[in-house]
Ligand binder design. Structure first.
Ligand SMILES: [Zn+2]
Ligand SMILES: [Zn+2]
Length: 361
């Protein structure tokens, strides 16, 4: 099969032929229909996130089950599915507490680097997050897969497993935003736009979208933003004025400590800053400690939407089918696997919310 391979950081991806081994007893083999270009993969491309090489990136995919291992009961060939990075064991303390997205005993293959299902000339090729979705097919653990309802288009569905899940989940499960809240969203890419519509679903009274790119702000209005603010030195003052003293919730969806600090300064008393964007490993957040105490503010993180994705993804798909959430404008363009480097250039330049690779099998 064809796959986009990263041989080392800061080099272009190359389209190469690789082999796929499996499924083993607990695994599912999926023919990928569509695969979204997410910023998280870029952290490996840029070298911010260390990795073994060569690697097939990609983690936000939809597709059709081709084969299942002997121990798989919940999926069968022909099922239409979405993948997610939140592979879980079901038995550890975090899973038992109902937070399987935080599972630390992920039931992947033993020594997954050496035993990666992706091979080339007998040598392992790494699968990003034990998925590897920039390829025509993937072999993944059964707990990385969620079934889609009838009628859900596969190209649209690809974004459910990361952008939609992370965005909406951070509002409804991570922060548990209450109706009537004033919500501020810093960064309106694929995830940020879903924070905006998550806030709308949660009944927020005011949703202020902040971004450097005016076209993203226009897009944010389609997802439910009531106000928009151009990112920059005046943003804190503008948000404070628009909200009459600060937001109840500020979501930082970029992962830059300076912007996280700005978000903190946008909070009203007892407000909550929610960290959703992936910061570089080792980056520290500096906030004025006395202000935090005096104003009784909170800072929390939300990882992959803080949700049990296998239960939540069918729900989000149904919300789309019922016209209660917007997904179509999220997909800026549909591209071929061969266009992946251009797609990432556009993402980093802030020109696109989501580019989705559509496979023509
Ligand atoms: Zn677990
Ligand atoms: Zn992602």
């Amino acid at each position: 099969m064809k796959a986009a391979i990263l041989r080392e950081a800061r080099t272009p991806l190359t389209i190469e032929t690789v082999e796929l081994d499996g499924p083993r007893p607990e695994e599912v083999r999926i023919r990928i229909a569509a695969s979204g270009l997410c910023h998280s993969d870029y952290h490996v491309m840029s070298g911010d996130l260390g990795s073994a090489f060569p690697i097939v990136l990609g983690h936000e995919a939809s597709g059709i089950v081709e084969a299942v291992g002997s121990d798989v009961r919940d999926f069968k060939p022909g099922d239409r599915v979405v993948t997610c990075t939140s592979i879980y064991c079901g038995h550890c303390g975090d899973c038992q507490d109902g937070h399987n997205h935080l599972c630390s005993v992920k039931p992947v293959r033993e020594n997954p680097q050496a035993n990666s299902p992706i091979r080339q000339n007998g040598q392992p090729v790494q699968a990003f997050c034990n998925l590897g979705a920039f390829a025509e097919e993937m072999v993944v653990h059964q707990t990385a897969v969620s079934k889609l309802p009838e009628g859900m288009p596969l190209d649209i569905a690809s974004v459910l497993g990361c952008a939609v899940l992370t965005g909406i989940g951070s509002v409804t499960q991570g922060a548990k935003v209450h109706p009537g809240s004033k919500v501020v969203v810093l960064g309106c890419g694929g995830v940020g736009l879903n924070v905006v519509q998550g806030a709308r679903l949660a009944g927020a009274a005011q949703i202020i979208a902040v971004d450097l790119n005016p076209s993203k702000l226009e897009l944010a209005k389609k997802f439910g933003a009531t106000d928009t603010v151009q990112g920059g030195p005046d943003a804190v003052a503008q948000v404070t004025e628009l909200t009459g003293g600060g937001g109840d919730y500020v979501f930082e969806v970029v992962g830059i400590p300076a912007l996280q600090r700005e978000g903190f300064m946008m909070l009203r008393k007892r407000g909550t800053l929610v960290l959703v964007g992936i910061a570089k490993p080792g980056a520290d957040l500096a906030i004025p400690a006395l202000t935090m105490l005096v104003r009784e503010t909170r800072v929390i993180g939300s990882n992959m939407g803080s949700v049990p994705f296998q239960r939540v993804i069918p729900t989000y798909a149904q919300l789309y089918l019922d016209g209660r959430i917007t997904l179509d404008p999220l997909i800026s363009q549909r591209i071929a696997l061969e266009d992946i480097n251009r797609g990432y250039d556009q993402l980093i330049a802030g020109e696109t919310a989501r580019s989705v690779i559509v496979f023509d099998h």
